[in-house]
Design a protein around this ligand. Structure first.
Ligand code: HPA
Ligand code: ZN
Length: 320
């Protein structure tokens, strides 16, 4: 499974940071973030909401464009080692210069330089989905969307929203999504993970996104499952993340197979791999064990993912 070529659509750049990398940065800067780590050296949190706090504490060590350059290289090296040939990562101007456009451009420059280096050395392609953070509220999302719109292009190809799905309503963020759409960005949002089926309907109706981050709780609503299948809405499913956070008790209980059987376009991603003790190889291995999927099944998933990727046709052709 490790060497099978993989297309990944849903990761968070800071959430993919190896814990040793973050610990090293904290030491260099004399920052005390010991609460972030478990005794085994991994990240420690007790539930999703605590995870968001630990994520923000870990991210506080990333204070310069140079830090993001190093982070991007470390993350892409790890992904490439697991056969990932194309990856889309959520990036937040909130954490990269505080939504200030000139600072954001500097961070972006550093990230893109690292991406070019990784592509030349390891063949892995990175594209960016600028993301607003839902619990930071609609006004900050508006500033984030303006940063995204100003820097939209070959590298920044999408706009999305992460954070606490139970904070506010999807529709509160419509201005930000409209702004991003008008700038030519492709759209996705987290929904149907901590919110129920209605959060997915709201994402489609109020934000008019073409993909859904997670979306797995559509399984609780038959009519919605049919609607997703008919409209060919792609779900960025992150099974290991859902299981690590207790959304489903075990791999066999995960709805990805039932959604696929009912014609929904599902893809496989890691979300925040070291936080959830996972990798793309581990996702494939566990799914193969749980559902009897083989290399051909995973090839099909990767074709779906490549077609749903927020990249231009030339890039897609290199991935397919
Ligand atoms: N889900 C929602 N928001 C996030 C995540 C996540 O996994 N990681 C960082 N922000
Ligand atoms: Zn996510």
């Amino acid at each position: 499974m490790k060497s099978l070529p993989k297309v990944e659509l849903h990761t968070h750049l800071e959430g993919a940071a190896p814990p040793a990398f973050i610990r090293g940065l904290a030491q260099e800067k004399g920052m005390d973030i010991s609460g972030v780590f478990a005794p085994d050296g991994g990240y420690a949190f007790k539930d999703f909401w605590h995870f968001l706090k630990v994520y923000e504490a870990a991210t506080s060590t990333l204070t310069t464009p140079e830090d993001y350059h190093r982070l991007t290289l470390a993350v892409l090296e790890e992904s490439a080692a697991h056969g990932v040939i194309y990856t889309e990562s959520f990036m937040s101007p909130d954490f990269c210069g505080g939504r200030d456009l000139s600072a954001w451009r500097e961070y972006l420059h550093a990230i893109q330089e690292a991406a070019a280096q990784a592509e030349a050395q390891m063949g892995i392609i990175l594209r960016a989905v600028v993301t607003c953070v839902r619990h930071f509220g609609p006004e900050k999302a508006r500033e984030t969307a303006l940063c995204a719109a100003e820097t939209a292009g070959d590298f920044i190809t999408g706009f999305g929203m992460g954070g606490d799905e139970q904070s506010g309503k999807q529709g509160d963020f419509a201005w930000a999504f409209d702004c991003a759409r008008e700038a030519g960005l492709r759209l996705t949002t987290h929904a149907g993970e901590w919110g129920g089926p209605q959060s997915i309907r709201d994402a489609l109706d109020d934000l008019r996104v073409e993909r859904i981050g997670h979306g797995v709780r559509a399984i609780e609503d038959d009519a919605l499952v049919d609607h997703l299948a008919e409209r060919e809405i792609v779900l960025e499913v992150c099974p290991g993340s859902n299981i690590a956070l207790g959304l489903y008790p075990d791999w066999q209980d995960h709805p990805i197979e039932r959604l696929r059987e009912r014609g929904v376009k599902v893809t496989i991603s890691t979300d925040d791999p070291p936080f959830f003790h996972t990798t793309m190889t581990r996702e494939y291995d566990r799914l193969a064990d749980a559902f009897g999927w083989n290399e051909d099944s995973f090839r099909d998933f990767n074709i779906v993912a490549a077609h749903a990727a927020f990249c231009d046709t030339e890039t897609r052709a290199r991935v397919l």
